[in-house]
Each structure stands twice: as C-alpha cells, then as structure tokens.
Design a protein around this ligand. Structure first.
Ligand code: FMN
Length: 405
C-alpha cells in the first residue's frame, strides 16, 4: 500500500511502520511505561457515543471553525512534534505547507530540525510556535523574540514535561539528538533503504547531522546549540510566576499546553493565558494521566467562556474530533496522525492524513444531523457510564489532618 491508497489514519500508520527503522518508529508511536494512558486516549472515545438527529437538512453543512478571530477550513490543526525531521525530509516545512494548503493552524516545535525563520519563509500559513522553556529565562526570551520577528501568531508553552517521560524504548534504541550512530541503528537503517536515502542521508547532505535548530542554551555566557540533556536542565523548576513573566514578554496569543485539571485551567486564565491545550502529550509523559476527553467537559465548563480550549492526544478519526468539539473543545490538534502521513508520503502524505480526517468530520456531521461546528454540543452525545473511580471528597482534608498528627 502507498499513502494514496490509505483509507484511514491507521492505514497511514501501517505504511509508516514498514518504512521506518525501529528507533524512529518507536519514538513516534510509543507511549511511556505500561502504555496505560496511550491506550486510554483511544479507549475513552468508545465510551462516548452519538445521539444522531434525523431528517435534518445537512446539505449545506460546513466545518469552518473560528479561533482567535481567524477562520479555518477544519476544526483541527497540527500539534507540535519535535524531531519530526526523522519522518520525512525537512518535515517541519512539509507539515507547515500541508497545514497552509488545508487552511488549518500549524504549531512548530521548539525541537524542530528546521529553524523557525525558514519554516515561516518557506511555508507561511497560520503558524504558532511551541515553546519549551527552562528556568534559563534568557533562552526563552531569545526564542520568543525570534518567533515574534518571524511572524508566529501565537506562543504555546508546553508545561507537562518538567522532567522527561520514561520512554524506555528510547534508552534501548540509544535515541539521542544530535544523533549518534550505533551498530544496531546503522543496521536498522540499512534494512530501511528508502528511509536511509530519502530522509537520513538527504538531511545529512543538506544540513549535516540532524540537530535542533531553535534551541539554544546559555552555557556560562556562551550560547550553544544543546543536546537533549542540556536542554532539559532546569525545566523542573518552572512555576506560574515564570508563566506570568512570559505573559508580560509575549504580546500576542499565549497558550498553555498540558492542562488536565480545572484548577490549572483556572490558573492559566488568572495568569493571562488566551488558551489552553487539554493534553496528556499523546500518552508520552505521565502514565496514568486521564484521556483529555475524560476531563474536557469540566474544564470547558469552568474556563470555556474565557479561554480558547484546544484538545489533543489520541485523535485518529473524524468521529473523535466531533466528540471533543461536542464536549466543549474549540479545536482539536493532531500529533501522530500527520506524522504517519509524513512518513508515508512527505507533504502529500500529510495532506492525505488531513483530508481523510476532514472527510470523516464531514460525514459524521451529516450522520448526526448537525450542519455547523457552532451547533455541536453534548446533546449529540450519549455516555456509556462505566465504573468510575471517584476520590472521597474530603481526601485532602484527611491527609492534612494526618500530617498534623
Ligand atoms: C514524535 C512526537 C514528538 C512530539 N514532540 C513534541 C514537542 O516537541 N512539543 C510538544 O509540546 N509536544 C510534542 N509532542 C506531543 C504532541 O504535541 C501532542 O500533544 C500529541 O502527539 C497528541 O497526541 P497524538 O499523537 O495521539 O495525536 C510530540 C508527539 C510526538 C508523537
């Protein structure tokens, strides 16, 4: 099968899996530890079903979606993915171009292999920049200033990565940036000649060993392009005061990515955020975190009027997207789906992934009898009430009393 024959995102995933060496495939598809959250992200959708309305004229249906006063052709965008250049040649440009062609937003990762200025120049479209910030505020300031000058319209601060998630496959595969070639990885590369020639060697020839192009760290007064380990330093010390500092610095839209509780959503609003991403990082950080759509209704209820509420993690079907919108999300973002497309067919593969989802959203809207995104709400949904774990209401009070003896 090639990407043109793919009928759904899982078809693209299957092509990607065949084409990629293990080190790249596992970094893309993997979760953390037992994969509980990775699985929950998919399973949660099955517990929400549709209550379709019938004999509704849906011939004029539209999935146009407005976010921050801009109109997009679909209710979804492309989430930031670091090291995307492992999946096709200059994937950051390919993803951004595909997003522009489909008129959806693209979020460029701090950990991209193509510099943000080049992505802006060569792709255009609606570009947001995802920031990994450390306690070294000088680095954050330099990145934000570059993003502003390059014309990025929003900054997305990812906060669910105070320390790296436990991705054991990365350690087994010796995944590092800049890349180091081990005997195992070389052999695996040779077994995937299309990837080796079309992605790895092509990147090597064009710009050298793949490395992060946006990151820099202040190493004793010297600005250097860091290794992964260096960049992660001191991220765990961040707090809401640092966010407030960023708010004062960044004049455009500012979002927090990695919110899973009502309390944090409210703190984001209080500290001047314009939006949030309800996200568990695609099940790649804390194993055991809830699926976004399990917490989305309460969060949207609490802050939906004040903030733009985005959702990501686990979206593979148009029906998943429609469910999240009906539960209060303003827009859905996709991490792996476009990368499966990129690995299967470069920019055209990404367009294919987005087009599949667009068609699926349109079909679901017709089948539930809803002709516009604004009209979507929980009245279109039926909830399968499986067993739920509810914390006893006074749990924190009891803990405090115990601590006081
Ligand atoms: C390969 C890969 C790299 C990622 N890199 C980043 C990143 O650099 N910054 C970030 O905020 N999120 C990153 N994410 C998380 C995505 O932005 C998004 O939250 C997640 O992929 C959504 O889940 P999904 O892949 O099931 O759609 C990454 C995800 C993947 C799959």
């Amino acid at each position: 099968m090639n990407f043109k024959e793919a009928l759904n995102i899982e078809d693209l995933h299957a092509v990607a899996r065949r084409r990629l060496p293990r080190i790249a495939y596992e970094f893309l598809a993997g979760g953390v530890e037992e994969g509980v959250t990775l699985a929950a992200n998919r399973a949660a959708f099955q517990r929400v079903r549709f209550l379709p309305r019938t004999l509704v004229d849906v011939s004029g249906r539209s999935q146009k979606t407005a976010v921050f006063d801009k109109s997009f052709d679909c209710p979804f965008g492309i989430a930031p993915t670091g090291a995307a250049g492992l999946y096709c040649f200059e994937a950051d440009v390919a993803l951004a171009r595909a997003a522009r062609r489909m008129n959806v937003p693209f979020v460029l990762s701090t950990a991209s292999f193509v510099a943000m200025e080049r992505v802006a120049r060569e792709a255009g479209g609606t570009l947001w920049f995802q920031l990994y910030m450390s306690k070294d505020l000088g680095t954050a300031e330099r990145l934000a200033t570059r993003a502003l000058e390059a014309g990025f319209e929003a900054l997305v601060l990812t906060t669910d990565i105070p320390v790296a998630g436990n991705r054991e496959y990365n350690r087994r595969n010796r995944f590092e940036v800049p890349f180091r070639l081990s005997a195992g990885n070389m052999l695996d590369g040779l077994l995937h000649p299309r990837w080796l020639a079309g992605v790895f060697l092509r990147t090597l020839a064009a710009s050298g060993v793949p490395r992060f192009q946006n990151m820099d760290v202040n190493a004793g007064g010297r600005i250097i392009s860091p290794t992964l380990t260096q960049f992660r330093m001191r991220r765990e010390a961040l707090n809401w005061e640092d966010f407030a500092w960023l708010r004062r610095l960044w004049p455009k839209k500012l979002l927090v990515k990695g919110i899973l509780t009502v309390e944090d959503a409210q703190l984001a609003a209080q500290h001047g955020a314009d939006g949030i991403f309800v996200s568990n990082h695609g099940g790649r950080q804390l194993d055991g975190a809830p699926a976004p759509i399990e917490v989305l209704p309460q969060i949207a209820d609490a802050v939906g009027e004040r903030l733009a509420v985005m959702a990501d993690s686990g979206f593979r079907r148009g029906s998943d997207i429609v469910k999240a919108l009906a539960l209060g999300a303003d827009m859905v973002f996709l991490g792996r789906a476009p990368l499966y497309g990129a690995a299967a067919g470069g920019e055209e593969g990404v367009v294919r992934a987005l087009d599949i989802l667009k068609l699926e959203v349109e079909r679901v809207m017709a089948l539930i009898g809803c002709d516009s995104i604004e009209k979507l709400g929980p009245e279109y949904l039926h909830f399968d009430d499986g067993p739920r774990v509810e914390a006893p209401p006074a749990v924190s009070e009891v803990r405090r009393m115990k601590a006081e003896g």
